[in-house]
Design a protein around this ligand. Structure first.
Ligand code: PLP
Length: 452
């Protein structure tokens, strides 16, 4: 063992069962199976309490972009806690870490986006976006522009507003969501929903769903459209090339704000700082989180366009919204160091020109496996579709939960992959080496072999 681990797994699981209500879990089956205890991490690897070393192909929850074990992030947190552990930015105050971080983010964002509002998470960021969109249209004297259009199977978080903006049916069913004023259109998921259309034709068709929704609801009632550049939690759904250009055309015709949820795509994952830059989008809002601090400490934010921030500043009137931890100095210091390290190591360029293309080319080789109906990916995001028969994209019986079986096999064999239905996905740390990518691919193939 490379690490001296002294944990009593059974005792930890017992306490876990007795006291810890897990997020996103089936509590009954969790109690029966017991949770895997992750106790340590370094680089792209995590270790469990039994000493198993596992390659983290998901970068935690798509967030440890910088990889594990970056000591300088711990050091700046220590220093900032000693200097100023907390102060707020309410009531005409601010502090250097938040101010400097906002400036640095603005420099990375598209040129028309220069203001940042800070939150504690991606979900909070999308709650903030909903409030800001409606504040904006109120200030513009158009309060009837109220409806926000999202997409089926989109994910924007787990709070009431975040889950409502997202299009996850099981989330909506638990508790009367979505809240009023939110409408969902189909997603650009060609493998699952494209039928006989080519990806290009399907991309146009999926985009035109936005036009249809605007016509149905009425342009004067539609406030904004929200989408992830690439749907992450929905299964790494990479839109056909025709999709975003068509969406841009539709948005340009109508007076509607664009929210591009960068919580996953932001901070390098596509090989650009933001997915919006990859797809050439001009958002009014970019919710961010995850890669902002590489998950070392909770923090999120919303990057706001000059046209929206300009209205807030010209019209005035208090915006009754903010969080105790908005711009938290320790989180801001960690985020600054994280961004500094990403730049110093050239990780965004590395994803774009080196490790991204290398991973994509290697991932594609899995396409010859009898269980694989499609491989796809971009930057350091990738997915494959598990099928019973390639021809006609025939799925296994969903009761079998082949995706879940693959995920479990994968972890037992030393690789974290995630399953969304029968779609297997990866999103590894951006520091991953070529050798580690080779290991990931070998283990992914072994997972498929063992699951057959
Ligand atoms: N938006 C997107 C695109 C996400 O992927 C996520 C989380 O996975 C969120 C928002 C919610 O972020 P958080 O879990 O930090 O609240």
């Amino acid at each position: 063992a490379e690490h001296n681990l002294a944990y009593n797994t059974e005792s930890l699981q017992q306490q876990d069962n007795q006291h810890y209500l897990h997020p996103f879990s089936d509590h009954k089956s969790l109690r029966e199976q017991g949770a895997r205890m992750i106790v340590k991490a370094d680089g792209v690897y995590i270790w469990d309490s039994d000493g198993n070393k596992i390659l983290d192909g998901m970068a935690g929850l798509w967030c440890t972009n910088i990889g594990y074990g970056q000591k300088s992030l711990a050091n700046v947190a220590f220093e900032q806690m000693n200097e100023l552990p907390y102060y707020n930015s309410f009531f005409q105050c601010a502090h250097p870490p938040a101010v400097e971080l906002a400036k640095e983010i603005a420099e990375l964002a598209p040129p028309h986006m220069n203001q940042v509002f800070f939150t504690g998470s991606g979900s909070e960021s999308n709650d903030t976006v909903l409030r800001m969109v409606r504040h904006y249209w109120n200030l513009k004297g158009k309060p009837e522009k109220f409806t926000i259009i999202g997409r089926h199977n989109g994910y924007h978080g787990s709070t009431v507003a975040g889950a409502s903006l997202g299009g996850m049916k099981p989330m909506h069913q638990q508790g009367g969501l979505p809240i009023p004023g939110i409408h969902h259109i189909p997603q650009p998921y060609w493998f699952g929903e494209g039928g006989d259309l080519s990806p290009e034709e399907f991309g146009i068709q999926a985009a035109q769903e936005l036009e249809k929704a605007i016509q149905d609801i009425g342009e004067d009632k539609v406030a904004a459209f929200i989408a992830e550049p690439i749907q992450g939690a929905g299964g790494v759904v990479i839109p056909p090339d025709t999709y975003w250009p068509e969406i841009k055309k539709i948005l340009a015709k109508h007076d509607i704000l664009l929210i591009v949820d960068e919580v996953i795509c932001g901070f390098g994952r596509t090989g650009e700082w933001f997915g919006s830059q990859y797809f050439g989008l001009e958002p009014d809002f970019m919710p961010i989180a995850k890669g902002l601090t590489s998950g070392y400490i909770p923090m999120g934010g919303v990057i706001v366009s000059d046209r929206v921030a300009g209205v807030f500043e010209q019209e005035g009137g208090e915006f009754y919204h903010g969080y105790t931890y908005s711009g938290h100095p320790v989180a801001a210091a960690v985020a600054r160091e994280n961004i500094r390290l990403i730049k110093e190591k050239g990780l965004v360029e590395y994803v774009k020109n080196d490790i991204g293309p290398y991973l994509q080319q290697a991932w594609k080789t899995l396409g010859d496996h009898p269980l694989v109906g499609e491989t796809r990916g971009l930057g350091l995001l990738a997915a494959l579709e598990v099928v019973q028969e390639k021809e006609g994209r025939v799925r296994f019986d969903s009761d079998l939960d082949v995706g879940g079986m693959c995920r479990n096999t994968s972890v037992s064999n030393g690789l974290v992959m995630r399953a969304v239905g029968d779609t297997l996905i990866i999103s590894p740390p951006m520091i991953i080496s070529r050798d580690e990518v080779d290991e990931l691919i070998t283990k992914a193939r072994k997972t498929l072999d063992l699951t057959m």
